[in-house]
Design a protein around this ligand. Structure first.
Ligand SMILES: [Zn+2]
Length: 91
């Protein structure tokens, strides 16, 4: 399924893991730096924590996307934009 942006502005949609990921996870792996206390030495240091970053769609005005997974089209925020006709499904 492809989506076309019929609005006159850029549409940005986040695709939360809980909503769009099932058997396949579309998120990207990110890193987060976190301050941490080392209980052994008492030092405070920085440690790197891996986390999942939800995928997002950026669709400029008037642009049609590539073929998207069905799960993206069924995401809550996309459905809302389909209802307002800002986004429409195209073949
Ligand atoms: Zn995911």
């Amino acid at each position: 399924m492809r989506l076309k942006n019929f609005s006159k502005r850029m549409v940005v949609v986040t695709l939360p893991h809980e909503e769009v990921c099932g058997a396949e996870c579309y998120c990207t792996a990110g890193q987060h730096l976190q301050g941490a206390h080392n209980p052994r030495t008492g030092d405070v240091g920085i440690r790197q924590v891996s986390l999942l970053v939800a995928r997002s769609l950026h669709i400029p005005a008037g642009v049609t996307t590539e073929e998207l997974p069905e799960a993206f089209v069924n995401a809550g925020q996309v459905k809302t934009l389909l209802n307002t006709k800002d986004l429409r499904k195209v073949a």
